[in-house]
Design a binder for this molecule. Sequence first.
Ligand SMILES: [Fe+2]
Ligand SMILES: [Fe+2]
Length: 492
Amino acid sequence: MTTDARTGPAPTPTGPLSQIDYSERIPNNVNLASDRRLQRALEGWQPKFLDWWKTLGPALPTKDVYLRTAVAVGRDGWAHFEHVPMEDYRWGIFLAEQDPDRKVNFGKHKGEPAWQEVPGEHRADLMRLIVVQGDTEPASVEQQRILGNTAPSIYDLRNLFQVNVEEGRHLWAMVYLLHAYFGREGREEAEQLLKRNSGDLDSPRILGAFNEETTDWLQFFMFTYFTDRDGKYQLGTLKESAFDPLARTCEFMLKEEAHHMFVGTTGVQRTVERTAELMKEHGTDDVFEHGGIPLSVIQKYLNFQFSVSMDLFGSEQSTNAGNYYSSGLKGRWQETRRKDDHVLLDDTREMNYIENGKIVQKTVPMLSALNLDLRDEYAADCANGVRRWNQALEDAGLEERLFLPHEGFNRRVGVYANHHVSPEGEVLDDATWEQRKDAWLPSPEDRRRVAELMVPEYEYGKFAGWITPPSTGINDQPVEFDYVHLAEEGLA
Ligand SMILES: [Fe+2]
Ligand SMILES: [Fe+2]
């Protein structure tokens, strides 16, 4: 049974405080009905969003998809699963519960009550932070638009669509803030979020990694592992914001984000497992001809996605980042768990840079290096998945291992831009880089051979030959569950 988008039965809410109102055209837990002007403005934006979804959302025609929808924002039982036509997904506005006693936890306003309104002096900066975050959400949907055509299974297809609808909801999350707190300018920015498009030459998305093509499923898994994880870390800093509505919005987005990274971690792992099986079975590293993706190519995809995602953290040293922190707009990862004064005026840290062809260190003020602080947290987290993938190689009895490239590898932003660094951390001249880069980054030929393996497998419970099945299904359903019903035209 499916729920009609506008009028049908709503999932049952689970808790009084955190419950979401599904009787409204725009589901929400912010009592939207009490603010007619805002409600009308968002209802005016809604059809534009749906138009965008139809034009630039998933290309594969489907009848319905087994999706989770937020029911409540509380700790337990927030997700409700059912088959829904994707265009009827209940995109809405969900903020984590408000803590009436919440304080600003860092910077020069530390100890003051959190802000329920935008302070005039921080209006421009806050709006910019929200716009940049908002821009990444629909970008990834656009990047992943055609992947449904080559899904390795119905299980994976469902996961792709779940990620897509939730990135669409994350756009709603940011658009709500723009409409509710930034007046006419905010509404204009909300329009622009649908007008910029990934890879568009005239009007591209704001950040580089969100204009790269997602060419195939291995890249999708790397994207959800590395680039969605960048999202997790950015949201983690905004969750600390003194501007309480932003903090509460990001806190709930983080709950959805966890599944996106699960898709990446397990997707790469299943690819590696299949590769390991084929390597052992055929006694060769070049498993392309046996229908798998060679480990060396998986490593190149990893190198690429890690390096473009590292660029998303911006320059290591940034006056803006320091100002955002001191002003209370954006905290550090797990700010409240850090054992320091949360003001950082006297703190310093070491940072790498390149001098005379060598990587050397210097000491810099901590406040100037908060982008680097976040990036280091991110990189340490990235290493966990690599360990897990290597465990799969070890379990298969193979000697080969995957690894994270050096932080300076293939960078376009910060101290390593305009330098060449090998994955092992060796500084190289232009000629050497040109000669060797195809051994480190996917070449057009690698991408072509991976693309050849990307044949759709739409039979329930069957999987393409380059990837192993998952150990369990979604929401305790069997792996062979009918997670997606394709439209008749999709089956052709
Ligand atoms: Fe997102
Ligand atoms: Fe995500």
